[in-house]
Write a protein that binds this ligand. Sequence first.
Ligand code: ADP
Ligand code: ADP
Length: 227
Amino acid sequence: MSAVTFSNVSKRYGAVTALDNLDLTVGDGEFVSLLGPSGSGKSTTLNLLAGLMAADTGTIHIGDRDITHLPPEQRDLAMVFQNYALYPHMTVAENIAFPLEARKPRPEKSEIERRVERVAETLGVGNLLARYPKEISGGQQQRVALGRAMVRDPRVFLLDEPLSNLDARLRVRMRRDLKELHRQLGSTIVYVTHDQSEAMTLSDRVAVFAQGKLQQVAPPLEIYNNP
Ligand code: ADP
Ligand code: ADP
């Protein structure tokens, strides 16, 4: 079963075709990177999937459900942004718990605590639950941002350049951690990056974009560079 299916999806901004007839499927448990230079259509693809904007044509499915016209909160996915802004006035635990607190009906307090603790343990921030964002490192903040997505237990994770604001050393470590996490959890991940080596290291398959068109989609070793 496919976790995500784009069929014939296009998006224009005035005269600019941001995305031209995209056909792409992401398998259950698969890690797929959207790779391409700035302006190639990666963010548009992710934003359409997240429901932050509407496609001009085509359909998008999550599993066998047509989500093309569903609002973001009904799409069973969680997005982690580049500037993973945590709420500064909330502790790590409160940040991770936030999506559950906002859920209707709200889960039992004990259920929220249990899930927050489990997610924090998985991410190695279980000892930081009472800290505030400014009291922890950038890498730890990034994990907390991931935790806030994981706690909802979504069908699909969307990651938009999540490592681009980290320094080089931390980026390499987070790359390793992300890969390990994916192996452990078996989650479906759609990952946007303009960094070729990042895409190659992390992904099961890489979807290469240029000027709004999907050029090729293949496992890292089968990706060729266009002349
Ligand atoms: P990225 O390369 O990470 O997508 P951009 O700088 O291209 O970042 O875009 C940043 C934001 O500006 C995005 O929300 C994008 O939708 C918007 N944007 C990009 N190009 C334009 C444009 N020509 N007119 C208006 N908004 C734009
Ligand atoms: P990427 O994520 O690969 O940098 P985008 O999907 O952000 O690419 O952008 C694809 C194209 O659409 C670019 O030409 C960009 O300038 C344009 N674009 C993106 N967002 C907007 C917007 N809000 N208004 C106008 N043009 C936009």
